[in-house]
Ligand binder design. Structure first.
Ligand code: TXA
Ligand code: MG
Length: 366
């Protein structure tokens, strides 16, 4: 049987200035109102948008991404007041937090009201809501009716898109339009806080840190599933239970001193060369000179956590393009956004970590 090549369907529209591109944004809004899907930039990653109040649009989103339909979508709004229109009640704490952090990389979960179809929430009685800090996203949400359901605009399981070309690669054949706003600013998905629990609970770490959250709402805890997935505790955000953000080749995190990690990775590069296998290395720029051969990608300077966050998914996708057979990554420490970086890297690695010491390497599951 002949396999059909997937043809590009999407019109890709570069938006440099929302005012100048008013007509294009209105056209994208019309598509959303008609139940179609439009991919668009946000400050975190690109989103795949559909009308959140239209169950058929949500179904289309799951279909285009190949995403399990029990994995709920985030509803994007363009005004803080819109939150009250889709949830049962906005508690004082949430109002305070939203006013401080929105627009921005923060998603809150609250009990939903009847306007939000179960197709959008993956069958749950709660809804995730966020107001993105990006002019194109805001203009599109307004033009599209005010409530845009949008998961990250990647094929399910692949690294989230930080460039419009990543969206085209994954979904260009399945959707009619991609708004290209250039590279995103943050590069990792929003912090998700669940307010349906007695104590607000972080389900996914992001650019809004735990300390910042505590400053606004007092006590906040981390979902136990985030801390110890190997103990069989299910993460509460359905999406966090899937292997995710993953490049095609197996990724392993190498932990230890710079010297021990470089020694262990160099050995694997050599073994790879002997077996005609391509080995990818993901490292901070300060360490690039330590590696001998392989396909080396610098993720940014050790002192620049924001750059590491911004470059992570692009680097993982580049390893796919180079068709490496295995990837070894350093572990990255950074203040504020550090936990979010390691959360995504660990998930991409299926939680496989090798501890490198002078005595030898030992595999552990984090
Ligand atoms: O930065 C972001 O949040 C990006 C941009 C496009 O806004 N969106 C994004 O969406 O990352 P997505 O669908 O890739 O991830 C949403 C996560 C999933 O893990 C999902 O399970 C969880 O949020 N989630 C959504 N609604 C939920 C709910 N009601 N209860 C628990 N988890 C929920
Ligand atoms: Mg996603």
């Amino acid at each position: 049987m002949q396999r059909k090549a997937k043809r590009m369907r999407a019109e890709i529209i570069r938006i440099t200035d929302c005012k100048k591109c008013r007509r294009e944004i209105l056209r994208a809004g019309e598509l959303l109102r008609a139940g179609e899907l439009v991919a668009f930039p946000t400050e975190t990653v690109y989103g795949l948008g559909g009308n959140a109040l239209d169950q058929n649009a949500s179904k289309k989103i799951y279909q285009a991404k190949g995403r399990p339909s029990d994995n709920p979508l985030i509803v994007h709004i363009a005004e803080v007041e819109s939150l009250a229109k889709i949830v049962v009640d906005v508690p004082e704490k949430v109002r305070r937090l939203a006013e401080a952090c929105w627009p921005g990389p923060l998603t809150v979960i609250l009990p939903k009201n009847g306007r939000v179809p179960y197709e959008t929430t993956g069958g749950l009685d709660s809804v995730a809501v966020r107001m993105p800090d990006h002019p194109v996203a805001m203009a599109l949400i307004q033009a599209g009716g005010g409530f845009v359901a949008a998961p990250s605009a990647n094929t399910s399981g692949r690294p989230s898109p930080t460039l419009a070309s990543h969206v085209a690669e994954d979904l260009g054949w399945a959707i009619p339009m991609i708004l290209d706003g250039g590279p995103v600013g943050i590069g990792l998905e929003s912090t998700i806080v669940d307010f349906t629990e007695e104590i607000p609970t972080v389900l996914r770490p992001g650019a809004v840190s735990l300390d910042e959250l505590r400053g606004y709402v007092g006590e906040v805890r981390l979902d136990r599933g985030l801390l110890r997935e190997d103990a069989g505790i299910r993460p509460k955000a359905p999406g966090m239970k899937y292997r995710h953000y993953a490049p095609k080749a197996e990724l392993t995190i190498m932990a230890g001193t710079d010297e021990a990690v470089a020694r262990a990775i160099n050995r694997r590069i050599q073994e790879g060369e002997a077996a005609r296998k391509k080995v990818g290395v993901l490292c901070v720029s300060e360490n690039a000179a330590l590696y001998r051969g392989g396909v080396c990608r610098c993720i940014g300077s050790r002192s620049d956590g924001e750059a590491i966050a911004r470059n992570l998914y692009r680097c993982l996708r580049e390893f796919d393009e180079c068709q490496v057979d295995a990837i070894y990554s350093e572990a990255f420490e950074a203040p504020r956004i550090g936990p979010a970086i390691m959360n995504r890297l660990l998930k991409a690695a299926g939680r496989r970590v090798i501890r490198c010491t002078d005595e030898g390497d030992e595999e552990e599951r984090k």
